[in-house]
Ligand binder design. Structure first.
Ligand code: NAP
Length: 286
């Protein structure tokens, strides 16, 4: 059964590694946010290149999606968890850009990748925090597509105050030119190959002066970023349900499309654990 959290209690901090002694993004959030999160949220920044973090929700058995279509993503996995939406809003708030794969965009035909869209009740506090950090009013949405399959009428990609970049291949750009792009969106050819590799994404972020980017999936994009060694931190919400797998059901895991041997898999260090009832909020650094 999905949990609700009517009291909006502060997240319980079970583990918090000491902050890194480097430049960081986040820090002094409005008191309402810091009280709810259980302290400051800071992400250390690389001095010389963009920092890339990701945020996912998964079941106990590692399922992040029940389908690749318009249902079966985040809220079915989290049980529409309010604390999960809160943490998503915080991460969007401190990011210069939110990076999503086109499959995730297709699975959310009305969603906008902003703090206000995921947690409207925290909009005022998030906007105040962004302003105090000197960030643009909204993070830029960066959509990664090889095939250029991004609906030109997607309402979450047309808000006048949300910059949108569609990063694609030569093939994708010609499809987009033919079919049309969301009003105001920029199309950038960042690859002349079959996909947009992790290096091309990092180069794009650097060119756009992005210091902190948040990848919100999906699992194929995340796997490409992990395979390219581009991911710095991973925030994972563990939702207390077991979904299972069977041949007749679509089930996607956290990373899809790449499989690593034990000797080459990326190992991470846990840096923070929080709890809201039976949901765990895990944060790993690579
Ligand atoms: N639980 C969670 O936290 C969470 C988070 C995100 C998504 N989801 C769910 O995951 C499901 C979608 O999974 P998915 O793996 O299909 O998502 P995805 O990685 O966003 O989509 C794959 C598609 O994105 C584009 N893409 C991804 N990586 C690319 C790369 N390196 N270069 C070029 N294009 C790239 C391609 O689009 P083109 O086909 O246009 O080339 C590819 O077909 C949905 O149900 C969604 O709700 C869950």
């Amino acid at each position: 059964m999905a949990e609700s959290d009517p009291e909006r209690a502060p997240l319980e901090v079970l583990l918090e590694a000491p902050p890194a002694a480097t430049r960081a993004r986040g820090g002094s959030a409005p008191a309402s946010i810091a009280d709810r999160y259980g302290g400051p949220l800071e992400v250390p920044l690389h001095p010389d290149r963009p920092t890339l973090i990701a945020n996912f929700v998964e079941s106990i058995d590692g399922v992040v999606a029940l389908a690749t279509g318009p249902r079966g993503g985040g809220s079915d996995i989290s049980g529409s968890s309010e604390p999960d939406r809160f943490v998503m809003a915080l991460l969007r708030t401190i990011a210069d850009a939110v990076v999503v794969g086109a499959g995730t965009v297709r699975s959310a035909p009305k969603h906008e990748w902003t703090p206000r869209a995921i947690a409207p009740e925290w909009q005022a506090a998030c906007e105040k925090w962004r302003a105090s950090l000197g960030l643009a009013p909204q993070p830029t949405t960066i959509v990664i597509t090889a095939a250029g399959d991004v609906a030109d009428g997607h309402p979450g990609l047309t808000a006048p105050d949300v910059p949108v970049v569609i990063a694609t291949t030569e093939r994708g750009a010609s499809v987009l030119a033919r079919r049309g792009v969301p009003a105001g969106a920029e199309v950038e050819i960042v690859s002349n190959g079959e996909i947009v590799g992790a290096d091309a994404i990092v180069t794009l972020l650097r060119r756009r002066r992005v210091q902190l980017a948040l990848c919100e999936g999906g699992p194929h994009l995340l796997a490409d970023l992990l395979d390219g060694g581009a991911l710095d931190q991973l925030f994972v919400t563990l939702a207390p349900q077991v979904l299972g797998r069977a041949a007749s059901f679509t089930r996607l895991g956290l990373a899809e499309g790449h499989a690593w041997e034990p000797g080459t898999a990326r190992w991470a260090e846990i840096v923070s654990v929080r709890r809201a009832r039976s949901h765990l909020f895990l944060r790993y650094a690579f």
